[in-house]
Design a protein around this ligand. Structure first.
Ligand code: FAD
Length: 392
Protein backbone atom coordinates (compact mmCIF):
# COMPACT_ATOMS: atom_id res chain seq x y z
CA UNK A 1 0.00 0.00 0.00
CA UNK A 2 1.44 3.37 -1.05
CA UNK A 3 0.75 6.44 1.07
CA UNK A 4 0.58 10.12 0.25
CA UNK A 5 -0.92 13.34 1.56
CA UNK A 6 -2.90 14.03 -1.62
CA UNK A 7 -3.94 11.72 -4.45
CA UNK A 8 -4.79 13.55 -7.69
CA UNK A 9 -6.97 11.67 -10.18
CA UNK A 10 -6.47 12.92 -13.74
CA UNK A 11 -3.35 14.13 -15.51
CA UNK A 12 -4.72 16.91 -17.69
CA UNK A 13 -3.91 20.57 -17.24
CA UNK A 14 -5.82 20.88 -13.97
CA UNK A 15 -4.47 17.72 -12.32
CA UNK A 16 -0.84 18.29 -13.32
CA UNK A 17 -1.00 21.97 -12.32
CA UNK A 18 -2.53 21.14 -8.94
CA UNK A 19 0.05 18.37 -8.36
CA UNK A 20 2.83 20.88 -9.03
CA UNK A 21 1.44 23.48 -6.63
CA UNK A 22 0.77 20.89 -3.93
CA UNK A 23 4.22 19.31 -4.19
CA UNK A 24 5.91 22.71 -4.33
CA UNK A 25 4.13 23.57 -1.07
CA UNK A 26 5.61 20.49 0.57
CA UNK A 27 2.82 17.88 0.28
CA UNK A 28 3.56 14.32 -0.78
CA UNK A 29 1.52 13.92 -3.97
CA UNK A 30 0.65 10.99 -6.21
CA UNK A 31 -1.18 11.59 -9.50
CA UNK A 32 -2.71 8.83 -11.60
CA UNK A 33 -3.93 9.15 -15.16
CA UNK A 34 -5.74 6.48 -17.15
CA UNK A 35 -3.77 7.33 -20.29
CA UNK A 36 -0.70 9.42 -21.10
CA UNK A 37 -0.78 12.90 -19.59
CA UNK A 38 -2.67 15.56 -21.53
CA UNK A 39 -4.55 13.33 -23.93
CA UNK A 40 -7.97 14.47 -22.65
CA UNK A 41 -9.49 17.90 -23.37
CA UNK A 42 -6.23 19.56 -22.36
CA UNK A 43 -4.44 18.26 -25.44
CA UNK A 44 -7.32 18.75 -27.88
CA UNK A 45 -8.42 22.30 -27.23
CA UNK A 46 -8.20 25.56 -29.14
CA UNK A 47 -5.67 27.17 -26.81
CA UNK A 48 -7.67 30.40 -26.53
CA UNK A 49 -6.96 32.61 -23.55
CA UNK A 50 -10.35 34.31 -23.54
CA UNK A 51 -11.04 36.64 -20.66
CA UNK A 52 -14.14 38.39 -22.04
CA UNK A 53 -17.46 36.92 -20.92
CA UNK A 54 -17.96 33.97 -23.23
CA UNK A 55 -20.72 33.87 -25.82
CA UNK A 56 -22.07 30.64 -24.33
CA UNK A 57 -23.16 32.67 -21.29
CA UNK A 58 -24.61 35.53 -23.35
CA UNK A 59 -26.71 33.28 -25.59
CA UNK A 60 -28.60 31.92 -22.57
CA UNK A 61 -30.09 35.28 -21.50
CA UNK A 62 -29.39 37.92 -18.92
CA UNK A 63 -29.42 35.77 -15.77
CA UNK A 64 -26.55 33.63 -16.99
CA UNK A 65 -24.67 36.67 -18.30
CA UNK A 66 -24.93 38.26 -14.83
CA UNK A 67 -23.67 35.02 -13.29
CA UNK A 68 -20.76 34.98 -15.74
CA UNK A 69 -19.72 38.39 -14.41
CA UNK A 70 -18.42 36.57 -11.36
CA UNK A 71 -15.87 34.72 -13.47
CA UNK A 72 -14.16 38.02 -14.31
CA UNK A 73 -12.43 38.07 -10.92
CA UNK A 74 -10.94 34.65 -11.79
CA UNK A 75 -10.10 35.87 -15.31
CA UNK A 76 -8.17 38.80 -13.89
CA UNK A 77 -6.11 36.39 -11.79
CA UNK A 78 -5.69 34.11 -14.80
CA UNK A 79 -4.20 37.01 -16.79
CA UNK A 80 -1.50 37.38 -14.17
CA UNK A 81 -0.96 33.62 -13.93
CA UNK A 82 -0.58 33.24 -17.70
CA UNK A 83 1.79 36.19 -17.96
CA UNK A 84 4.13 34.49 -15.46
CA UNK A 85 3.66 30.87 -16.47
CA UNK A 86 6.52 30.37 -18.92
CA UNK A 87 9.01 31.70 -16.39
CA UNK A 88 7.45 29.77 -13.51
CA UNK A 89 7.52 26.48 -15.43
CA UNK A 90 10.73 27.25 -17.29
CA UNK A 91 9.05 26.18 -20.54
CA UNK A 92 8.13 27.67 -23.91
CA UNK A 93 4.34 27.53 -24.05
CA UNK A 94 4.01 29.85 -27.09
CA UNK A 95 2.03 32.28 -24.98
CA UNK A 96 0.86 35.29 -27.01
CA UNK A 97 -1.23 37.88 -25.16
CA UNK A 98 -1.45 40.71 -27.68
CA UNK A 99 -5.18 41.31 -27.37
CA UNK A 100 -8.45 39.79 -28.50
CA UNK A 101 -11.57 40.95 -30.33
CA UNK A 102 -15.15 39.85 -29.88
CA UNK A 103 -16.91 41.12 -32.97
CA UNK A 104 -20.52 42.01 -33.84
CA UNK A 105 -22.15 42.05 -37.30
CA UNK A 106 -25.74 43.15 -36.55
CA UNK A 107 -27.36 45.96 -34.56
CA UNK A 108 -28.70 43.39 -32.07
CA UNK A 109 -25.22 41.95 -31.57
CA UNK A 110 -23.79 45.45 -31.09
CA UNK A 111 -26.30 46.05 -28.26
CA UNK A 112 -25.32 42.73 -26.68
CA UNK A 113 -21.65 43.69 -26.98
CA UNK A 114 -22.22 47.12 -25.41
CA UNK A 115 -23.88 45.59 -22.34
CA UNK A 116 -21.17 42.95 -22.06
CA UNK A 117 -18.30 45.45 -22.26
CA UNK A 118 -20.05 47.69 -19.70
CA UNK A 119 -20.21 44.71 -17.31
CA UNK A 120 -16.58 43.80 -17.92
CA UNK A 121 -15.24 47.30 -17.36
CA UNK A 122 -17.28 47.51 -14.14
CA UNK A 123 -15.61 44.28 -12.98
CA UNK A 124 -12.14 45.62 -13.75
CA UNK A 125 -11.25 43.92 -17.05
CA UNK A 126 -9.09 46.00 -19.42
CA UNK A 127 -11.73 46.41 -22.18
CA UNK A 128 -12.60 48.87 -24.93
CA UNK A 129 -15.62 49.04 -27.19
CA UNK A 130 -14.55 49.86 -30.76
CA UNK A 131 -16.62 50.66 -33.83
CA UNK A 132 -15.91 48.68 -36.99
CA UNK A 133 -13.42 51.16 -38.46
CA UNK A 134 -11.50 51.45 -35.19
CA UNK A 135 -11.33 47.66 -34.96
CA UNK A 136 -10.09 47.36 -38.57
CA UNK A 137 -7.38 49.96 -37.94
CA UNK A 138 -5.88 47.56 -35.35
CA UNK A 139 -6.97 44.38 -37.17
CA UNK A 140 -7.11 45.10 -40.93
CA UNK A 141 -7.93 41.44 -41.59
CA UNK A 142 -11.47 41.88 -40.16
CA UNK A 143 -14.36 41.91 -42.62
CA UNK A 144 -16.04 45.21 -43.63
CA UNK A 145 -19.23 43.62 -42.24
CA UNK A 146 -17.94 43.96 -38.66
CA UNK A 147 -19.86 46.81 -37.02
CA UNK A 148 -18.23 46.80 -33.59
CA UNK A 149 -15.83 44.83 -31.41
CA UNK A 150 -15.04 44.40 -27.75
CA UNK A 151 -11.27 44.58 -27.43
CA UNK A 152 -9.59 42.91 -24.44
CA UNK A 153 -5.98 43.99 -24.22
CA UNK A 154 -4.81 40.85 -22.38
CA UNK A 155 -6.42 38.11 -24.47
CA UNK A 156 -4.45 35.76 -26.65
CA UNK A 157 -3.54 32.12 -26.97
CA UNK A 158 -1.00 29.47 -26.04
CA UNK A 159 0.02 26.01 -27.19
CA UNK A 160 -2.31 23.47 -25.62
CA UNK A 161 0.12 20.66 -26.45
CA UNK A 162 2.95 22.25 -24.51
CA UNK A 163 1.21 23.05 -21.25
CA UNK A 164 0.56 19.61 -19.76
CA UNK A 165 4.10 18.26 -20.35
CA UNK A 166 5.44 21.48 -18.79
CA UNK A 167 3.24 21.18 -15.70
CA UNK A 168 3.99 17.44 -15.41
CA UNK A 169 7.75 18.07 -15.58
CA UNK A 170 7.49 20.83 -12.96
CA UNK A 171 5.40 18.58 -10.69
CA UNK A 172 8.02 15.82 -10.94
CA UNK A 173 10.81 18.30 -10.20
CA UNK A 174 8.88 19.38 -7.11
CA UNK A 175 8.73 15.75 -5.95
CA UNK A 176 5.27 14.59 -7.07
CA UNK A 177 4.90 10.98 -8.24
CA UNK A 178 3.05 10.89 -11.57
CA UNK A 179 1.75 7.54 -12.77
CA UNK A 180 0.37 7.26 -16.30
CA UNK A 181 -1.65 4.51 -18.02
CA UNK A 182 -3.26 3.65 -14.71
CA UNK A 183 -7.05 3.91 -14.57
CA UNK A 184 -8.42 4.36 -11.08
CA UNK A 185 -11.04 1.66 -10.57
CA UNK A 186 -11.87 1.75 -6.87
CA UNK A 187 -12.18 4.34 -4.20
CA UNK A 188 -13.46 4.32 -0.65
CA UNK A 189 -13.47 6.36 2.52
CA UNK A 190 -11.16 4.84 5.12
CA UNK A 191 -10.85 6.52 8.48
CA UNK A 192 -10.30 10.22 7.87
CA UNK A 193 -8.82 9.63 4.41
CA UNK A 194 -9.27 7.62 1.23
CA UNK A 195 -8.11 4.35 -0.19
CA UNK A 196 -7.96 4.16 -3.96
CA UNK A 197 -6.74 1.60 -6.39
CA UNK A 198 -5.99 0.74 -9.97
CA UNK A 199 -5.29 -2.93 -10.66
CA UNK A 200 -2.46 -4.00 -8.34
CA UNK A 201 -1.78 -0.45 -7.17
CA UNK A 202 -3.34 0.61 -3.85
CA UNK A 203 -2.91 4.08 -2.44
CA UNK A 204 -3.91 5.52 0.93
CA UNK A 205 -4.28 9.31 0.83
CA UNK A 206 -5.26 11.91 3.40
CA UNK A 207 -7.04 13.97 0.74
CA UNK A 208 -8.22 13.35 -2.80
CA UNK A 209 -8.51 15.75 -5.75
CA UNK A 210 -10.64 14.60 -8.68
CA UNK A 211 -9.41 16.46 -11.79
CA UNK A 212 -10.68 13.97 -14.33
CA UNK A 213 -12.47 16.36 -16.71
CA UNK A 214 -15.43 14.70 -18.41
CA UNK A 215 -14.78 11.52 -16.38
CA UNK A 216 -15.20 13.33 -13.04
CA UNK A 217 -18.79 12.08 -12.45
CA UNK A 218 -17.54 8.52 -12.96
CA UNK A 219 -14.83 8.90 -10.29
CA UNK A 220 -17.27 10.63 -7.94
CA UNK A 221 -19.74 7.76 -8.37
CA UNK A 222 -17.09 5.43 -6.89
CA UNK A 223 -17.46 7.51 -3.72
CA UNK A 224 -21.27 7.50 -3.98
CA UNK A 225 -21.42 11.17 -5.03
CA UNK A 226 -23.09 13.05 -7.86
CA UNK A 227 -20.95 15.61 -9.68
CA UNK A 228 -23.05 17.65 -12.13
CA UNK A 229 -20.48 17.72 -14.92
CA UNK A 230 -21.51 16.57 -18.38
CA UNK A 231 -19.40 15.56 -21.37
CA UNK A 232 -19.77 17.73 -24.48
CA UNK A 233 -18.09 17.07 -27.81
CA UNK A 234 -16.60 19.93 -29.80
CA UNK A 235 -14.99 20.52 -33.18
CA UNK A 236 -11.63 22.11 -34.08
CA UNK A 237 -10.13 22.95 -37.46
CA UNK A 238 -6.76 24.11 -38.69
CA UNK A 239 -5.72 25.60 -42.04
CA UNK A 240 -2.43 25.40 -43.86
CA UNK A 241 0.21 28.01 -42.99
CA UNK A 242 -0.40 31.42 -44.48
CA UNK A 243 2.46 33.60 -45.69
CA UNK A 244 0.27 36.64 -46.35
CA UNK A 245 -2.52 36.67 -43.76
CA UNK A 246 -1.46 37.89 -40.31
CA UNK A 247 -3.86 37.45 -37.38
CA UNK A 248 -1.90 38.42 -34.28
CA UNK A 249 -5.02 38.53 -32.05
CA UNK A 250 -7.61 36.15 -30.68
CA UNK A 251 -10.84 36.66 -32.64
CA UNK A 252 -14.25 35.67 -31.27
CA UNK A 253 -17.82 36.54 -32.25
CA UNK A 254 -20.54 37.74 -29.90
CA UNK A 255 -23.40 36.27 -31.96
CA UNK A 256 -21.87 33.25 -33.69
CA UNK A 257 -19.75 30.35 -32.51
CA UNK A 258 -16.24 31.31 -33.47
CA UNK A 259 -12.71 31.47 -32.12
CA UNK A 260 -9.72 32.10 -34.41
CA UNK A 261 -6.03 32.61 -33.89
CA UNK A 262 -2.79 32.08 -35.77
CA UNK A 263 -0.06 29.78 -34.52
CA UNK A 264 3.58 30.82 -34.58
CA UNK A 265 4.02 28.66 -37.69
CA UNK A 266 1.25 30.53 -39.53
CA UNK A 267 -1.67 28.07 -39.38
CA UNK A 268 -5.10 29.46 -38.50
CA UNK A 269 -6.90 27.52 -35.75
CA UNK A 270 -10.68 27.73 -36.06
CA UNK A 271 -13.12 26.60 -33.38
CA UNK A 272 -15.61 28.24 -31.06
CA UNK A 273 -17.88 25.57 -29.65
CA UNK A 274 -19.44 23.85 -32.68
CA UNK A 275 -20.79 20.44 -31.63
CA UNK A 276 -19.61 16.96 -32.56
CA UNK A 277 -21.50 13.77 -31.70
CA UNK A 278 -20.54 11.95 -28.50
CA UNK A 279 -19.95 8.20 -28.78
CA UNK A 280 -22.30 5.88 -26.88
CA UNK A 281 -21.67 2.93 -24.62
CA UNK A 282 -23.34 -0.41 -25.38
CA UNK A 283 -26.16 0.44 -22.96
CA UNK A 284 -26.83 3.84 -24.53
CA UNK A 285 -24.93 6.21 -22.23
CA UNK A 286 -22.33 8.70 -23.45
CA UNK A 287 -18.74 7.49 -23.72
CA UNK A 288 -16.24 10.35 -23.34
CA UNK A 289 -13.37 7.91 -23.92
CA UNK A 290 -14.13 7.39 -27.62
CA UNK A 291 -13.39 10.10 -30.18
CA UNK A 292 -16.66 11.88 -31.10
CA UNK A 293 -18.02 11.85 -34.62
CA UNK A 294 -17.53 14.97 -36.73
CA UNK A 295 -20.80 16.61 -37.82
CA UNK A 296 -20.68 17.98 -41.37
CA UNK A 297 -23.05 20.89 -40.66
CA UNK A 298 -20.85 21.99 -37.75
CA UNK A 299 -17.81 22.01 -39.99
CA UNK A 300 -19.61 24.07 -42.65
CA UNK A 301 -21.06 26.46 -40.04
CA UNK A 302 -17.72 26.97 -38.31
CA UNK A 303 -15.90 27.73 -41.57
CA UNK A 304 -18.69 30.07 -42.74
CA UNK A 305 -18.44 32.08 -39.51
CA UNK A 306 -14.65 32.23 -39.93
CA UNK A 307 -14.81 33.43 -43.54
CA UNK A 308 -17.52 36.02 -42.79
CA UNK A 309 -15.32 37.44 -40.02
CA UNK A 310 -11.87 37.15 -41.64
CA UNK A 311 -12.51 36.87 -45.41
CA UNK A 312 -8.89 36.04 -46.29
CA UNK A 313 -9.16 32.58 -44.67
CA UNK A 314 -11.28 31.56 -47.66
CA UNK A 315 -8.03 31.34 -49.63
CA UNK A 316 -6.44 28.81 -47.27
CA UNK A 317 -6.75 25.03 -47.41
CA UNK A 318 -8.15 23.27 -44.41
CA UNK A 319 -5.62 20.61 -43.47
CA UNK A 320 -7.20 18.94 -40.44
CA UNK A 321 -10.35 18.83 -38.34
CA UNK A 322 -10.64 17.00 -35.05
CA UNK A 323 -13.10 16.46 -32.26
CA UNK A 324 -12.58 16.45 -28.51
CA UNK A 325 -14.56 16.01 -25.30
CA UNK A 326 -14.73 18.49 -22.47
CA UNK A 327 -16.96 18.90 -19.39
CA UNK A 328 -19.63 21.52 -18.69
CA UNK A 329 -21.49 21.87 -15.41
CA UNK A 330 -25.22 22.26 -14.87
CA UNK A 331 -24.83 26.06 -14.58
CA UNK A 332 -21.85 26.38 -16.98
CA UNK A 333 -19.50 27.61 -14.23
CA UNK A 334 -16.53 25.47 -13.17
CA UNK A 335 -16.95 23.16 -10.17
CA UNK A 336 -13.97 23.63 -7.88
CA UNK A 337 -13.66 22.96 -4.18
CA UNK A 338 -14.32 20.52 -1.37
CA UNK A 339 -17.47 18.42 -1.30
CA UNK A 340 -19.19 19.46 1.95
CA UNK A 341 -20.44 16.01 2.91
CA UNK A 342 -17.04 14.37 2.36
CA UNK A 343 -14.25 16.45 3.94
CA UNK A 344 -10.96 15.90 2.14
CA UNK A 345 -12.70 15.09 -1.17
CA UNK A 346 -12.05 17.86 -3.70
CA UNK A 347 -13.22 18.39 -7.28
CA UNK A 348 -11.73 20.71 -9.91
CA UNK A 349 -13.26 20.68 -13.35
CA UNK A 350 -15.61 22.15 -15.92
CA UNK A 351 -15.67 25.51 -17.63
CA UNK A 352 -12.94 26.84 -19.87
CA UNK A 353 -10.13 25.22 -18.00
CA UNK A 354 -7.40 26.01 -20.49
CA UNK A 355 -7.86 29.72 -19.75
CA UNK A 356 -8.83 29.41 -16.08
CA UNK A 357 -7.32 26.02 -15.17
CA UNK A 358 -3.91 27.32 -14.06
CA UNK A 359 -5.68 29.67 -11.68
CA UNK A 360 -8.22 27.35 -10.18
CA UNK A 361 -5.63 24.57 -9.88
CA UNK A 362 -3.39 26.98 -7.95
CA UNK A 363 -6.25 28.10 -5.71
CA UNK A 364 -7.60 24.61 -5.02
CA UNK A 365 -4.07 23.40 -4.15
CA UNK A 366 -3.80 26.31 -1.73
CA UNK A 367 -7.15 25.37 -0.14
CA UNK A 368 -6.19 21.68 0.12
CA UNK A 369 -3.02 22.84 1.87
CA UNK A 370 -5.17 24.55 4.50
CA UNK A 371 -5.21 28.19 3.35
CA UNK A 372 -8.77 29.10 2.36
CA UNK A 373 -9.32 30.40 -1.18
CA UNK A 374 -12.49 32.55 -0.94
CA UNK A 375 -12.08 33.43 -4.64
CA UNK A 376 -13.43 29.93 -5.34
CA UNK A 377 -16.56 30.23 -3.18
CA UNK A 378 -18.87 30.92 -6.14
CA UNK A 379 -17.70 27.79 -7.98
CA UNK A 380 -17.81 25.47 -4.96
CA UNK A 381 -19.47 22.05 -5.34
CA UNK A 382 -21.52 23.12 -2.29
CA UNK A 383 -24.02 24.74 -4.69
CA UNK A 384 -24.97 21.25 -5.91
CA UNK A 385 -24.94 19.58 -2.49
CA UNK A 386 -28.73 19.08 -2.64
CA UNK A 387 -28.08 16.39 -5.29
CA UNK A 388 -26.09 14.40 -2.77
CA UNK A 389 -28.62 14.68 0.04
CA UNK A 390 -30.27 11.54 -1.37
CA UNK A 391 -27.06 9.58 -1.67
CA UNK A 392 -26.93 7.91 1.73
C1 FAD B 1 -12.20 21.02 -28.84
C2 FAD B 1 -12.04 21.76 -27.55
C3 FAD B 1 -11.69 23.10 -27.58
C4 FAD B 1 -11.52 23.81 -26.38
N1 FAD B 1 -11.06 25.09 -26.43
C5 FAD B 1 -10.77 25.75 -25.28
C6 FAD B 1 -10.17 27.03 -25.32
O1 FAD B 1 -9.85 27.54 -26.39
N2 FAD B 1 -9.95 27.69 -24.15
C7 FAD B 1 -10.30 27.15 -22.94
O2 FAD B 1 -10.11 27.80 -21.92
N3 FAD B 1 -10.81 25.89 -22.86
C8 FAD B 1 -11.04 25.18 -24.00
N4 FAD B 1 -11.56 23.91 -23.95
C9 FAD B 1 -11.80 23.32 -22.62
C10 FAD B 1 -10.50 22.84 -22.00
O3 FAD B 1 -9.76 22.09 -22.93
C11 FAD B 1 -10.81 21.98 -20.77
O4 FAD B 1 -11.65 22.72 -19.89
C12 FAD B 1 -9.55 21.58 -20.01
O5 FAD B 1 -8.55 21.08 -20.86
C13 FAD B 1 -9.91 20.54 -18.97
O6 FAD B 1 -8.73 20.07 -18.35
P1 FAD B 1 -8.82 18.95 -17.25
O7 FAD B 1 -7.48 18.74 -16.73
O8 FAD B 1 -9.91 19.33 -16.28
O9 FAD B 1 -9.42 17.68 -18.02
P2 FAD B 1 -8.75 16.71 -19.11
O10 FAD B 1 -7.68 17.38 -19.87
O11 FAD B 1 -9.88 16.11 -19.89
O12 FAD B 1 -8.05 15.60 -18.22
C14 FAD B 1 -8.77 14.62 -17.54
C15 FAD B 1 -7.85 13.42 -17.37
O13 FAD B 1 -8.48 12.46 -16.51
C16 FAD B 1 -8.02 11.19 -16.92
N5 FAD B 1 -8.91 10.12 -16.40
C17 FAD B 1 -10.17 9.83 -16.77
N6 FAD B 1 -10.63 8.77 -16.09
C18 FAD B 1 -9.64 8.39 -15.24
C19 FAD B 1 -9.50 7.34 -14.28
N7 FAD B 1 -10.51 6.48 -14.00
N8 FAD B 1 -8.33 7.22 -13.62
C20 FAD B 1 -7.29 8.08 -13.85
N9 FAD B 1 -7.38 9.09 -14.77
C21 FAD B 1 -8.53 9.25 -15.44
C22 FAD B 1 -8.02 11.28 -18.45
O14 FAD B 1 -7.16 10.28 -19.02
C23 FAD B 1 -7.54 12.70 -18.68
O15 FAD B 1 -6.14 12.78 -18.94
C24 FAD B 1 -11.76 23.17 -25.12
C25 FAD B 1 -12.12 21.82 -25.10
C26 FAD B 1 -12.24 21.11 -26.30
C27 FAD B 1 -12.59 19.65 -26.24
Amino acid sequence: MERCDVLVVGGGLVGCAAAWHLAAAGASVTLVDAADFGLGASGQNAGSLHFQIERRFLEQGDALARQAEQTIALSRMAIEDWRGLEAALDADLHVVMDGGFMVAETAEQVTMLERKVEREIREGLRMRLLDGDEARRIAPYLSPSILAAGYAADEGHADSRAIVPAYAAAARRAGARLIGRTRLDRLQRVGGGFEAGAGDLSIRAGQLLVAAGAWTPHICAMANLHAPLYPVALLMNVTERSRTLEVPHLVQHVGRRLSMKQTGAGNILIGGGWPSRLARTADGGFDPGVRPELIGDSLAGNLRAAIDTVPAVAGLNLIRSWTGVTAVSADQLPVVGEVPRLPGFWIAGGGSAFTLGPTFARLVAQAIGGTPAPELDFVSPARFEHLNSFMG
